[in-house]
Design a protein around this ligand. Structure first.
Ligand code: COA
Length: 145
């Protein structure tokens, strides 16, 4: 089981930034590199009611494993996540998707590149369902009852 921390401090937001920059090409929203100043400004001005970040660590070592991000766009909540390379293949991606879907106050949407098999498989294993297959991306949703 992973430990979960809600990101409330800039120092933790910078930790998210480092992980995020390493996987930026897999994220469908924004591929740009984010520097420390940009992250600082973004986090300080963030609407925390519609942008929720989590850091996950291994219970025994407290090593940071990855992050999760819930973001409300118009009336939909979207999620993204990353697991650090050395921790991949241990089902942590599935665990983080499960945490995010439970933490979300409403149905949770994912937009994943069609060739991102690890993310797709993790999402399906966490009970997200495919709703649309687009040119380069696949749209999935987890519907709350
Ligand atoms: C996507 C990501 C979070 C998955 O994390 P992970 O902890 O390695 O995934 P898990 O161990 O939970 O495995 C999830 C599933 O993917 C499969 N998988 C893992 N690595 C894989 C790979 N390289 N190729 C194909 N399938 C893979 C696993 O077998 C498992 O599927 P299964 O349950 O059907 O066996 C991780 O690869 C990552 O951080 N990638 C970069 C960032 C990213 O793509 N984020 C998602 C943006 S939409």
């Amino acid at each position: 089981m992973l430990d979960v921390v809600l990101v409330e401090y800039v120092s933790d937001a910078q930790m998210v930034r480092s992980i995020r920059n390493r996987v930026k090409d897999n994220l469908t929203n924004d591929h740009s590199f984010i520097d420390a100043q940009k992250q600082y400004d973004w986090f300080l001005n963030l609407d925390h009611s519609t942008n929720i970040l989590y850091l996950y660590s291994e219970g025994d070592t407290q090593a940071i494993v990855g992050f999760g991000y819930l973001r409300k766009v118009k009336d939909r909540w979207y999620a993204t996540l990353a697991v650090e390379e050395e921790f991949r293949g241990k089902k942590y991606g599935i665990e983080i998707y499960n945490h995010l879907k439970n933490a979300s106050e409403d149905d949770l949407w994912l937009e994943i590149y069609s060739d991102n098999n690890p993310s797709l498989r993790a999402a399906l294993a966490a009970d997200f369902k495919i709703v649309d297959i687009l040119d380069k991306t696949i749209l999935l949703v987890y519907r709350k009852e």
